[in-house]
Design a protein around this ligand. Structure first.
Ligand code: PAF
Length: 276
């Protein structure tokens, strides 16, 4: 595996790979890698000739300065975990990616304005800015994203459609801790106690599947959340799995999912569940 830190080197390398007829896979990350990321990288390895992983804590997708500052940065450990699974790791500085502050303003429509979009203004614009640059520079045939950030995938698909980016967006299932908690780089910030309590997010969502009515599910999840003093529910929303707009029944042919965001102490965790 070779480490690349400049955009020029990244472009040169990916242009050579493309010219050599190689099938390119890319896994964009913000580092602090865990089994969830590694599942994406392994999938990319199995489906492509060359694999690029980017590690970049993208400042423009954080709406909260403390969240950005506290975001775990573990580059040496990340490189060790990646080992030979990737051919190239792109780990640039902020100045390299953004020589001037980016000014792009996208309109990704409703997929970016509900739920995470409403709770974190500017977040998805920042995701669009960085993912567009990365995919533009590497031009991967396939780019891999995890379904924990289900709404992010919808936003990235919309960005690719609007910006004429032709990488195939490949999605991979959530990987969970043995206690059921969805793996996330933010889990490192939980105390041992908070980590144990956070397992209830998935447990409650799974148990909510036994109800057949949307309002019953919402009542159940909200009341169970209130019973756990360490939790502060940001939102729980049942939505169409494609448009991400709220639904009050299970009639949609696109499927119906539940999306949750909970603060456990200072740490904001997200998860989702498919009902239909
Ligand atoms: O999901 C993430 O880790 C980030 O949002 C991404 C896609 C790497 C963009 O910074």
């Amino acid at each position: 595996m070779k480490i690349i830190t400049t955009v020029k080197d990244l472009l040169n390398t990916s242009v050579c790979d493309s010219a050599g007829g190689k099938q390119i896979g890319m896994v964009p990350t913000m580092g602090a890698l865990h089994e969830g990321h590694l599942s994406l990288i392994r999938r990319a390895r199995s489906e492509n000739d060359v694999v690029y992983v980017s590690i970049f804590v993208n400042p423009v997708q954080f709406s909260n300065a403390e969240d950005l500052e506290k975001y775990p940065r573990t580059l040496d450990e990340d490189l060790r975990l990646i080992g030979d699974l990737a051919d190239y790791v792109f780990a640039p500085s902020v100045e390299e990616v953004f020589p001037v502050a980016p000014s792009e303003i996208y309109n990704f429509g409703t997929v970016s304005s509900v739920m995470e979009g409403a709770s974190r203004p500017g977040h998805f614009n920042g995701v669009g800015v960085i993912v567009r640059r990365l995919l533009d520079w590497v031009r991967p045939h396939k780019a891999y994203f995890g379904e924990k950030d289900f709404q992010q995938i919808a936003v990235i698909r919309e960005m690719c459609k609007q910006c004429r980016i032709f990488s195939e967006i490949v999605t991979c299932p959530i990987i969970r801790e043995p206690n059921g908690l969805a793996m996330s780089s933010r889990n490192r910030r939980l105390s041992q106690h908070e980590f144990a309590v956070a397992a209830n997010i998935h447990k409650i969502l799974e148990e909510s599947k036994r109800f057949n009515d949307v309002s019953e599910i919402v009542n159940y999840v909200e009341s169970e959340m209130l019973k756990i003093p360490e939790f502060k529910l940001d939102y729980f929303q049942i939505a169409d799995a494609q448009t991400l707009l709220p639904v009050d029944n299970f009639n949609s042919d696109n499927g119906v999912m539940g999306f949750i965001t909970v603060f456990v102490g200072p740490v904001r965790l997200i998860d989702n569940v498919r009902y239909r």
